[in-house]
Ligand binder design. Structure first.
Ligand SMILES: Nc1ncnc2c1ncn2[C@@H]1O[C@H](COP(=O)(O)OP(=O)(O)OP(=O)(O)O)[C@@H](O)[C@H]1O
Ligand SMILES: [Mg+2]
Length: 446
């Protein structure tokens, strides 16, 4: 009753949807982070440029205020001085206009009249103002300016001049626009990359879910398969018994057999349930620091009679002072399972050995026997659900074990943060090794 090998390899639809959602989610988050960072950096670049330009304009305002101080020395002189100042190559991008108190233009650069009528300027900043915020103004023909306006003293005269200064920023704006374009392309490419990365991350995330989903669906299929045989047996037996009137003794035999069957069935269900819950760590441990040697001795005593009855020697080699945090009932169940296996497979005259020792920071417990051992191919699949079913079929439903013992041992060890290892060197029986964290001897609580 094996499923075809390919079954479960295909990702179920809802997991594919999950991966898709995760991909979009990761992609969007990464993209938004990068786009947000880019926008912030861009904003800070622009504000830095503005700041620098404003500083530059502020400097010009101060310069002009100084120049205008000796007014009215004569407009011609001023014009001469101002023009020589602004014709300097450094100021090629600057243009000015000076208005007197009556609003008459005293002086204006050539570009001013053409591109920047006076109303495009903000109200002038006060005489004392030094940090004057600039304003962005668009001129005709896609030209960009940063402009300031400020009052300036007019020598002895009471009334002040109004300064209007414009800085041509067309080239900066063009560079910024090109930069924006590049950024949009880079972000577009990055979005594709982010989706790719998101897909990769989602795949990584979904893989374990996929695996546990496959395990779960295999588990439920196995469960159905495993329960079907005993349930059919039970029904068959009862149907046969009821087919004809029978003597009371016959009914009794049938009932006994059915009870046996039902008991085994109950154990199987309990075992499977335990495994499912252990797998999801849904079993609460009542763990306490336990003396491993004393615990193993107690368990050994319990099985000694059964061993003697089968003429099997039960030896122990237990180191002193070994302590581990154990749920004693579960630990007993684990060791009990191992001893039952050993007893079942060791012929009369053989021996079983229980050993406990310290292995660095771990406690190592070993149960070994002198039985026939296990073939390597069976060793590899001991904990497989399918192999478990096979071992039960091989043993026969009525006589064999349930095939859950070792899986339960492993479940118990995992709940304890420990592990199980089964070895079978040729001709030396089976050795099962359990390892779990050792507790400091001083922390012992008996
Ligand atoms: N000490 C051993 N020597 C030889 N074979 C073993 C030994 N222990 C386990 N096995 C093999 O491994 C199989 C799985 O063991 P496991 O304890 O999981 O199941 P089981 O003993 O068949 O059933 P259950 O323990 O549920 O009653 C067994 O059927 C048996 O064939
Ligand atoms: Mg067993």
């Amino acid at each position: 009753m094996r499923r075809p090998a390919g079954a479960g390899a295909r990702t179920p639809r809802h997991l594919r949807l999950l991966a898709l959602r995760l991909t979009l989610f990761y992609g969007a988050v990464i993209f938004l982070l990068v786009a947000g960072t880019s926008a912030l950096l861009y904003g800070s670049l622009v504000s830095r440029l503005n700041q620098e330009d404003d500083q530059f304009l502020g400097h010009e305002v101060r310069l002009l205020r100084t120049l205008l101080q000796p007014w009215p020395a004569g407009a011609a002189e001023l014009r001469q001085e101002a023009l020589s100042e602004w014709n300097h190559s450094q100021y090629a991008r600057l243009d000015i206009r000076i208005l007197d108190a009556a609003g008459t233009t005293v002086l204006a650069g050539a570009g001013m009249q053409r591109e920047l009528p006076r109303r495009r300027f903000p109200l002038p900043a006060g005489m004392a103002a030094t940090a004057i915020p600039g304003r962005d103004v668009k001129g005709p023909g896609h030209r960009h300016f940063r402009v300031v306006s400020a009052l300036a003293p007019a020598g002895a005269a009471r009334a002040a001049f109004t300064l209007q200064i414009a800085l041509d920023r067309t080239r900066e704006e063009q560079a910024l626009a090109a930069y924006q374009g590049d950024m949009a392309i880079a972000l577009g490419l990055f979005f594709v990359l982010a989706l790719g990365a998101g897909y990769w991350i989602a795949r990584q995330g979904v893989r374990p879910v996929e695996a546990s989903f496959a395990r779960l669906s295999r588990f439920s299929a196995d469960l159905a398969h495993e329960l079907r045989t005993p349930v059919n047996n039970l029904r068959g037996e009862i149907e046969v018994a009821l087919a004809h009137p029978r003597a009371a003794a016959d009914y009794r035999t049938t009932m006994e057999s059915a009870l046996e069957e039902a008991t085994r069935l109950g154990k199987l269900v309990d075992g499977l349930l335990f495994l499912a819950r252990a797998e999801n760590a849904q079993i609460a441990l009542t763990a306490e620091v336990t003396d491993v040697r004393a615990e193993l001795e107690r368990i050994g005593e319990f099985y000694r009679a059964a061993a003697e009855q089968r003429e099997i020697r039960l030896e122990t080699a237990l180191a002193e002072g070994l302590r581990a945090r154990l749920d004693r009932a579960l630990f007993q169940r684990a060791i009990g399972n191992l001893l039952e296996n050993a007893l079942r497979h060791t012929p009369a005259g053989g021996s079983i050995r229980v050993a406990a020792s310290r292995d660095r920071d771990r406690v190592r417990v070993q149960v070994s026997d002198s039985g026939p051992g296990l073939a390597p191919e069976r060793l590899a699949h001991l904990f497989d659900l399918e192999a478990r079913g096979e071992s039960r079929e091989a043993g026969g439903w009525r006589t064999g074990g349930l095939g859950l013992g070792l899986s339960i041992v492993r479940g118990i060890m995992r709940l304890h943060g420990g592990e199980v290892e089964v070895a079978s060197p040729p001709g030396q029986g089976v050795t099962v090794t359990l390892r779990m964290a050792a507790e400091a001897a001083s922390a012992a609580a008996g």
